[in-house]
Design a protein around this ligand. Structure first.
Ligand code: HEM
Length: 476
């Protein structure tokens, strides 16, 4: 398939910039695609009927949605200094995320924090957490084998939620967190559910003391108390130099230790103050938990509904692992598993929407972008663009082979965002998804229970499987 890289509906260069095509309320009503009733359907309809750049109102606030790799490149890379994160989505969650990496608008604070934190997420460091991932998964499978009869129906979404939280907690804090970890997990689950509800209708603002907001604040207070106590107790584990030591030191290395010891060698040579460290730890748990939980749930749901893909995956896993637990180095030997992960993140990208705000006016694809516009990026819609993806609704991991990926524009695929604010946990997440997939696939296969309707994506903060993912679990 050849991609037309200039599908602009306005003049691209030169000539006066034209206004961004706008979805009018009358069209919405005629088309019968209300945003409230069917967000995903509405967004796809808007892109299909108005093109790759389209303006509409979300909750009464004007947004410009970009749905072309060139446009996305311009905002996230080429003109990134003109687009910060002082956009609606992040303003809403700032009372929770505070000054942590995820929602901080940009500028010097973000740059310094990213410089300090980036080294802790290099592949060589993430490799040290691989054992956390496979051991926690094996523990989960052993529990399944003891608790469930072959073919029992299990809500794997809940199981993977617990697994993802265990992995991130262990990687951040090691085993030293003790019983407080349970309390933290409960507070987090509550805060997450309250925030999720808030996202379906984001008013009144979090500062207004509604009963739900008060509960959210209390849950955040409990998470804060836990993080403060861990930080107060001081860094556990060895000097960060331990990350280059032998593999059995991996158990003691944790992200908190690395972050506490990080210094800004390109800047003032100092580290993070305790308050900033606190915010970053909270942002990391929030950034890591829901996203990987949902990705894992979608991976195994798609395998259960595509037995031919599952069979190919099992063949690869069996040939490479021969029944043993996978390690970090097995990832390079199992390209099909990697493609299953990538294709799942194409169809059900957990962080399915994000935003920027233009500081000054700009011109994108021949259209005029006003200053202070909310720029809306949506990977659910982009990853189904018919000019970018052949048969976009089909689950086809082979589309990620090097041959078939050749020539695909870089910003056609953005499960982790792009540019300098690309997900800092990308390596961590891809490692976790790949290794959990291999570990589970070596021992179990999944089937959809007879008569169960398809699981639908529910667009909350992340793309959630509505009603969970009940699957029959069969030992292989
Ligand atoms: C499948 C799993 C994940 C997905 C799909 C995902 C997706 C994303 C996306 C799309 C962004 C960029 C948002 C934007 O530009 O506005 C982002 C940022 C971020 N993610 Fe992830 N993420 C995942 C896992 C993780 C993990 C495991 C961590 C931490 C261990 C993490 C921590 C963060 C942080 C801190 C940021 C903000 C980075 C910055 O602005 O400098 N994420 N993530």
């Amino acid at each position: 398939m050849t991609l037309d890289l200039s599908p602009e509906s306005g003049p691209r260069d030169g000539g006066p910039a034209t206004p961004v095509p706008t979805v009018r309320l009358s069209e919405r009503l005629r088309g019968g695609v209300g945003f409230r009733r069917d967000q995903l359907g509405f967004l796809q309809w808007a892109a299909r009927t108005h093109g790759d750049i389209v303006r509409f109102r979300l909750f009464g606030i004007p947004m410009i949605m970009l749905n072309h790799p060139d446009h996305i490149y311009r905002v996230l890379v080429e003109q990134r200094a003109n687009y910060d994160k002082d956009a609606l989505l992040y303003r809403l969650v700032r009372p929770v995320l505070r000054d942590g990496l995820i929602g901080t608008p940009g500028g010097e604070l973000w740059q310094r924090q990213r410089r300090l934190m980036q080294p802790s997420f290099r592949p060589v460091v993430v490799a040290r957490f691989a054992r956390n991932m496979t051991e926690e998964t094996t523990r989960m499978l052993e529990r399944w084998e003891q608790s469930y009869a072959p073919g029992a129906v299990v809500n794997v979404h809940e199981e993977f939620g617990e697994l993802a939280l265990r992995i991130v907690n262990r990687s951040l804090f090691s085993a030293r967190v003790g019983s407080g970890a349970r309390e933290f997990a409960e507070a987090f689950t509550e805060a997450n559910a309250l925030l999720g509800r808030f996202f379906t209708f984001p008013f009144p603002p979090l500062s207004v003391p509604t009963p739900g907001h008060l509960r959210l604040r209390r849950a955040i207070g409990r998470m804060d108390a836990f993080i403060s106590s861990v930080i107060r107790r001081g860094a556990s584990g060895p000097d960060p130099a331990g990350i280059t030591g032998p593999a059995d030191e991996a158990e003691q290395v944790n992200l908190l230790t690395l972050l506490m010891n990080a210094v800004d060698s390109e800047g003032d040579g100092k580290g993070m103050d305790p308050e900033q460290l606190h915010h970053e730890v909270l942002n990391l748990v929030i950034g890591a938990y829901e996203t990987t939980t949902n990705a894992l749930s979608w991976i195994f749901y798609l395998l259960a509904t595509h037995p031919e893909v599952e069979r190919k995956l099992h063949e690869e896993a069996d040939a490479v692992l021969g029944g043993r637990t996978p390690g970090f180095e097995d990832m390079a030997r199992t390209p099909y598993a990697r493609s299953v992960v990538e294709e799942t993140l194409r169809l059900y990208s957990p962080a399915w929407q994000f935003m920027r705000r233009s500081k000054a006016e700009d011109r994108i694809g021949g259209h005029h972008i006003p200053a202070r516009a909310n720029i809306y990026l949506n990977s659910y819609v982009l990853h189904r663009h018919p000019e970018l993806w052949e048969e976009p609704d089909t689950f086809d991991p082979d589309r990620f082979t090097p041959e078939r990926s050749a020539g695909r524009p870089r910003h056609a695929y953005m499960p982790f965002g792009g540019g300098e604010r690309v997900c800092i946990g990308q390596n961590f997440a891809l490692t976790e998804l790949h290794l959990v997939l291999l570990t589970v696939a070596a021992r179990h296969r999944f089937r959809v229970p007879a008569g169960q309707p398809p699981v639908r994506p529910q667009p909350l903060i992340t793309l959630h499987p509505e009603g969970g993912v009940p699957l029959e679990v069969h030992p292989r």
